[in-house]
Write a protein that binds this ligand. Structure first.
Ligand code: NAP
Length: 261
């Protein structure tokens, strides 16, 4: 019997990453990456307790050696498995700072955790995804999570779950005080679009999913909005209505019903 296919998720914490991991773990073995074990250990345990297969690996996606080492460990842990999906969900580098006060370090951190990390992760994942073509239930898939701008007026006034059509987003629009974040997120989107065009013809789906709102996680607890349902529940992220999927014309995994470009 062929080994179970796997999904790799980079950027796993208690919120969005855990939710995506739970979703993929229903059908795949999963490998979860973050720098701190405290961010992936609880969800690894939860998945294993429910009968799924999960491993967590301490990885800094901005470091080429660390990414290479993680992929070697994953290949050893799941010999013969096809890579069904690779998800780049690292946020990191979030800085809400007036531009003239922004340090070079803060600016670079935004770029490194998005564009550089996305580059290193993609270079490690794509060769494995390519060899999975024709062997997995769905086309091998590479997904990047994009982002909205927390000061979007649309987010502040929203009274029902956000729709994909809303577009005031850091991935597609810069905002005052968010130049580091927006620069990195634009770059990640450019990377994903380039990869979609290059690897689409080889049977690989590359998707860029804009999470258009503030996600209700510990880190955003202090952000208050008028509407009680203004924030996105992390468990909704692996489902459609609150995300906008770009690049890939077909419906994949849990992202069904997203409006695509
Ligand atoms: N939070 C929101 O309101 C919001 C809204 C819209 C979109 N998004 C998007 O959703 C995605 C997830 O963001 P998030 O805010 O939920 O979480 P996040 O804390 O920004 O990132 C998720 C995980 O990424 C890991 N991470 C950060 N830097 C890393 C690195 N260099 N190497 C490996 N892992 C790293 C962190 O764990 P470690 O620190 O242990 O590495 C963290 O648990 C991002 O793409 C973000 O832009 C978030």
């Amino acid at each position: 019997m062929a080994a179970k296919a796997i999904a790799i998720i980079a950027g796993v914490g208690a919120g969005t990453g855990a939710s995506i991991a739970r979703k993929f773990a229903q059908n795949y073995s999963v490998a979860l990456l973050a720098r701190n074990p405290s961010n992936y250990e609880p969800i690894v345990k939860e998945i294993e307790t429910r009968g799924g297969k999960a491993i967590g690996i301490s990885t800094d996606v901005t470091n080429a050696h660390s990414v290479r080492d993680a992929f070697e460990q994953i290949a050893k842990a799941f010999p013969g498995s096809s890579l069904a999906a690779a998800v780049y969900n690292v946020g990191g580098g979030f800085a809400r700072v007036p531009f003239l006060e922004l340090s070079e370090e803060q600016f670079t951190a935004g770029y490194e955790s998005t564009a550089l990390g996305g580059f290193l992760f993609s270079q490690a994942a794509l060769p494995w995804l390519i060899t999975a073509e024709g062997k997995t239930e769905h086309p091998p898939t590479l997904i990047f999570s994009g982002m909205s701008s927390p000061n979007s007026p649309l987010v502040l006034t929203i009274t029902k779950p956000l729709r994909g059509e809303i577009g005031a987003t850091a991935s597609v629009r810069g905002s005052a005080n968010f130049s580091s974040l927006a620069t990195g997120k634009f770059a990640l989107r450019a990377l994903s679009q380039s990869l979609a065009r290059e690897f689409g013809p080889q049977g690989i789906h590359v998707g860029h999913v804009i999470l258009d709102g503030v996600i209700d996680i510990e880190r955003t607890k202090h952000w208050q909005f008028d509407a009680p349902d203004a924030k996105i529940r992390p468990e909704s992220v692996s489902y459609p209505a609150q995300a906008r999927r770009e690049h890939s014309p077909v419906v994949i995994f849990g992202f069904a019903n997203c409006s695509g470009d």
